[in-house]
Design a binder for this molecule. Structure first.
Ligand code: 13P
Length: 258
């Protein structure tokens, strides 16, 4: 079985000192564990270098939360994939529902961002997921299919192999309303079958599809035990070292059982 992936998305939280403490606490807690799980911390841009400095000595990696759709140039306030790669940032979250909602990111823009990342051999963590109205209307599969096809399916098989997909039902983000393990499994299986049709069985099998939305130490084990849930994208619970490490331990436990 492939190792699980657990990514902590800090969003726009923590002062520099708090970030330093959180990174060190996670580093110390993981130091004693011989873990197989791929652990990734995704702090705000300003703390990326701090995180990559620690990551060089620790058993976690570092992700940005966004990148520009452009390579370089007169785009005030933007950060390019090249700049991130220069800092040894290997992963980048793309298309989080908060970016789609508050910053108008469309599937077409996200497809460009994915291109910028794969061009510099970074790993896009491509987010998808329906809002509550779409879930209630029963259109959630269609919505996710469109997000995946328009944002990712232009990639060559070689580029697609680098991608991680995060299914984050928007109604479960920050609400305490987790998708049931069955709802998560059903959608992950659906996503994997889309990928299988497009890229074949081997690439679909190797793809990591992780779940996000109110994932915490008390539900992580059950979610990660689903056959198509390959880990988690953790928001609120990644801001406390203890909770985050417990989620990593849940991923380890499931990884060992299989
Ligand atoms: P919460 O875990 O706080 O629900 O956030 C999930 C998320 O958006 C991770 O990207």
């Amino acid at each position: 079985m492939k190792p699980k992936v657990v990514i902590g998305n800090w969003k726009m939280n923590k002062s520099f000192d708090e970030a330093e403490d959180l990174i060190s606490d996670i580093e110390d807690a993981l130091d004693g564990l011989n873990i197989n799980t791929l652990v990734v911390l995704s702090p705000p841009y300003l703390y990326l270098e701090l995180t990559t400095d620690h990551a060089a000595e620790a058993n976690f990696e570092c992700a940005a939360q966004n990148c520009s759709q452009f390579k370089n140039g007169a785009y005030t306030g933007e950060i390019s994939a090249n700049m991130l790669a220069d800092l040894d940032v290997e992963f980048c979250i793309i298309g989080h529902s908060e970016r789609r909602k508050y910053f108008g990111e469309t599937n077409a823009i996200l497809a460009e961002k994915v291109n910028r990342l794969t061009e510099v051999d970074m790993i896009p963590v491509y987010c998808c997921g329906e809002v509550v109205e779409e879930r209630k209307a029963g259109t959630h599969f269609e919505v996710v299919e469109k997000q995946i096809k328009e944002g990712l399916f232009h990639l060559s098989p070689e580029a697609f192999e680098r991608v991680i997909i995060a299914y984050e039902p928007v109604w479960a983000i920050g609400t305490g309303l987790t998708a049931t393990p069955q709802q998560a499994e059903e959608m992950h299986l659906f996503i994997r079958s889309l990928v299988e049709k497009k890229y074949g069985t081997e690439i679909a099998y190797n793809l990591h599809i992780i779940y996000g939305g109110s994932c915490n130490p008390s539900n992580a084990l059950e979610l990660f035990s689903q056959p198509n849930v390959d880990g988690g994208l953790i928001g609120g619970a990644s801001l406390k070292a203890e909770d985050f490490v417990e989620i990593v331990e849940a991923a380890e436990t499931v990884g060992k059982e299989n």
